[in-house]
Design a protein around this ligand. Structure first.
Ligand SMILES: CC(C)(COP(=O)(O)OP(=O)(O)OC[C@H]1O[C@@H](n2cnc3c(N)ncnc32)[C@H](O)[C@@H]1OP(=O)(O)O)[C@@H](O)C(=O)NCCC(=O)NCCS
Length: 164
């Protein structure tokens, strides 16, 4: 398995992986494929990583630019998706480690909205005052690379369709 940047020819396979993975996630909105397409169209995918095995795309991770309050320079991770047949084989971890490695070179920190139990293993945690309106505070998480506590609203790219 290798992690690499997406190529245009990967797009249908990426969309299939996201669709199949999100089908099993209760809190999925069903809009994840459209969000990635809108980010791509807006040239707002700062990272678009695929996990490839035997020529097949088996996992995907998107990063887009975000702000915390008025502070820019944050990398927003998501969606992350692994094809159901390839789960629990370290694919999601490999995608996340590569994304964090690359973001450390370019960003103030990484942030995401997701399951705290899963993302804690990568160093993500919630911070008092780091919020997305309408989301439980424990699911809004970050890793500030400079150690400074993030405080403010985690503002996603408009492609996410949130009212921010
Ligand atoms: C979440 C997801 C990306 C994880 O990918 P994966 O390749 O299965 O994960 P890994 O094999 O790297 O798992 C690493 C560890 O996390 C655990 N883990 C995996 N999915 C988990 C979940 N949803 N919740 C809690 N722990 C989880 C694994 O048990 C494993 O633990 P271990 O190291 O103690 O054995 C994948 O299951 C998926 O696509 N899920 C549906 C979509 C989704 O939830 N996306 C994230 C929100 S956008």
């Amino acid at each position: 398995m290798k992690i690499r940047n997406e190529k245009t020819a990967d797009i249908p396979a990426i969309e299939q992986v996201i669709t199949d993975a999100m089908r099993l996630l209760a809190q999925a909105t069903g809009t994840e494929v459209a969000i990635v397409a809108r980010l791509r169209e807006a040239n707002a995918l700062s990272l678009s990583l695929v996990a490839e095995e035997g020529g097949d795309v088996i996992g995907y991770l998107a990063v887009s630019s975000a702000q915390v309050g008025k502070q820019d320079g944050w990398g927003l991770i998501g969606p992350v998706a692994v094809a159901p047949a390839h789960r629990l084989n370290g694919v999601g971890s490999a995608l996340m480690c590569e994304a964090l490695h690359r973001l450390r070179e370019t960003s103030r920190g990484a942030a995401l909205v997701g399951d705290p139990i899963y993302y804690a293993r990568f160093g993500f945690r919630a911070y008092p005052g780091l919020v997305v309106p309408g989301c439980p505070p424990e699911v809004v998480q970050a890793i500030p690379f400079d150690g400074a506590e993030p405080c403010g609203e985690l503002i996603h790219h408009p492609a996410f369709g949130l009212d921010q």
